[in-house]
Design a protein around this ligand. Structure first.
Ligand SMILES: Cc1cc2nc3c(=O)[nH]c(=O)nc-3n(C[C@H](O)[C@H](O)[C@H](O)COP(=O)(O)OP(=O)(O)OC[C@H]3O[C@@H](n4cnc5c(N)ncnc54)[C@H](O)[C@@H]3O)c2cc1C
Length: 477
């Protein structure tokens, strides 16, 4: 451990690395401490099942990374990052054997929604046209002076709506409603909750603007490229080093914590004034997940042809069914037919599995800190749309809430979002402030997904936190 440096970062997730790069680019000396043996936090890959099968341990599909205004400024391709675009970003199979899809093109997407073609065009086209301006607005704290107020207001009015309300008032048919509901369910909110539509709009628009790509060689490649970028700028990374207390860190002018609110409370709670600590303690978790990775002997035998060409598949059936499953989860119950997110990377990236064999990444939403084994329920949902799936399974690797927390302290209770993304916590993330990265501890900044803009691999939390510190501690503007 060095005696001193300009900035210390705790955690090498996308946000920690983004903070480190932003600081190192401005000339600061930076050291990153990572508790895990591998860098990357939520963007890692490993042979979880059998030799030769490379699985994404956490994140798999990356519309937010591909669309990140910060990542775009970095030479990540020079450090080996290559995006692979599946033929179809997303397919949502239905029981009649067809699938509603999100395509890169708004027109193509609209056309296969039949009676809702016009409605889809009217909803998405004007927003897709303004994607660049919009993404800058929502990838920062909500409390800010907008540069594009009219575009943001248009988005905001729609995004504030519960997904069930918006979907059912805009669309007449089951295909469009189900497609919209599946994307909205990425929010982990009940679909009757305000702002659940915002997730469907953002991820749908990102699909049109940048696709839902996967990195060749696994999500670890994103982290490796970010880490190489940081090292080239002079930054250092030390793995296998969990920080138990802020006092254990070397002297520095600023500390950046790529840790959840709860890990922040654990390592620094005693140093906080009680008022600030209580505000953090009132921050609420999102529900959790149960994850399975499979090694497969063949591609999944989807009934719907479109699913065989899609990178991501949403399994949950109709809007009412998905809404019921998400409602169950929010109430702390195990859904009988959970909403399942699936990615089939090896169809598009041959580095993921031995020749003619495949990987499958899947998770479902469960109540926070749930210990129920969900493999059977997940497999029933896959079999429902791909009969014969179980015959292709060579090996499985499961992760419950407890396993997830063991692999990354930020994933306590299986919450992969850094805290619920409900309306209150989108505005006050984790506290109400235009700059919530600044903590009550002098020189200490929170820069994880528990800060704006929240979960996902985009690095924007780290970037904004570092920019704030450069301004107020290092006087670099
Ligand atoms: C199963 C799963 C699937 C996901 N799927 C997607 C997806 O497809 N697309 C997408 O965009 N996002 C996805 N996400 C979300 C995404 O991975 C996270 O939102 C993102 O990684 C958050 O980044 P972060 O830098 O804030 O924190 P993290 O990525 O969690 O990184 C934090 C790092 O800090 C380390 N750390 C924590 N505490 C300490 C400590 N005390 N001392 C030292 N080190 C510490 C951790 O080990 C970790 O490496 C998924 C997440 C999971 C778990």
């Amino acid at each position: 451990m060095p005696d001193a440096c300009d900035a210390v970062v705790v955690g090498s997730g996308p946000n920690g690395l983004a903070a480190g790069i932003t600081l190192a680019r401005a000339g600061c000396s930076v050291i990153v401490y990572e508790s895990n043996a591998t860098i990357g936090g939520g963007a890692r890959s490993a042979e979880l099942t059998l030799p030769g099968f490379l699985h994404d341990v956490c994140s798999a599909v990356h519309p937010l990374a591909a669309g990140s205004p910060f990542f775009k400024t970095l030479p990540l391709e020079r450090f080996g990052l290559e995006w692979v675009e599946p033929d179809i970003p997303l397919a949502h199979p239905l029981d009649n054997g067809s699938a509603a899809c999100l395509y890169r093109d708004v027109e193509v997407t609209a056309e296969q929604l039949y009676e809702d073609s016009g409605a889809y065009r009217r909803l998405m086209k004007p927003l897709a046209h303004n994607w660049l301006n919009l993404s800058i607005e929502f990838l920062q704290p909500i409390l800010h002076w907008p540069q594009h107020p009219i575009t943001l207001a248009h988005f905001g009015i729609l995004g504030l709506c519960p997904a069930t309300l918006l979907s059912k008032s805009v669309f007449k048919g089951e295909r469009a409603r189900a497609l919209f509901a599946g994307i909205a369910a990425h929010s982990f909110l009940p679909l009757e909750a305000p702002v659940s539509s915002a997730f469907a709009l953002v991820l749908g628009l990102a699909g049109h603007a940048v696709g839902w790509p996967i990195p060749r060689g696994g999500s670890q490649q994103i982290s490796n490229a970010l880490a190489d970028c940081l090292r080239e700028l002079g930054g250092k990374i030390e793995v296998n080093h969990r920080i138990e207390n802020l006092r254990d860190l070397p002297k520095s002018r600023a500390i950046f914590l790529d840790v959840s609110v709860w890990e922040f409370l654990r390592i620094a709670g005693q140093e906080m004034a009680s008022g600030y600590r209580r505000r953090l303690e009132s921050f609420r978790h999102a529900p959790g997940i149960f994850k399975i990775d499979y090694a497969l002997s063949a591609p999944i035998p989807w009934k719907a042809e479109a699913c065989r060409r899609a990178g991501t598949i949403h399994l949950g059936g109709t809007i009412d069914e998905i809404a019921a499953a998400e409602r169950d989860v929010a109430l702390g119950n195990i859904p009988e037919r959970p909403f399942v997110l699936v990615a089939q990377q090896s169809l598009f990236d041959e580095t993921r599995a031995p020749r003619n064999q495949h990987t499958l990444w899947a998770y479902c939403h469960v109540p926070f800190n749930c210990s129920t084994e969900m493999s059977d329920k997940i497999e029933s949902q896959i079999e429902r749309f791909a009969p014969g799936f179980r015959d292709c399974v060579l090996a499985r690797h499961t992760m419950s809430a407890a396993d997830l927390a063991k692999s990354n302290p930020n994933l306590r209770g299986g919450d992969i979002s850094g805290g619920a993304a409900n309306l209150t916590q989108l505005i006050a993330r984790p506290i109400l402030s235009p700059m919530p990265y600044r903590t009550a501890l002098p020189g200490v900044y929170l820069c994880s997904a528990s800060t704006p803009p929240g979960g996902g691999v985009h690095g924007m939390c780290g970037y904004h936190a570092a920019r704030l510190a450069l301004h107020e501690i290092f006087a670099i503007h």
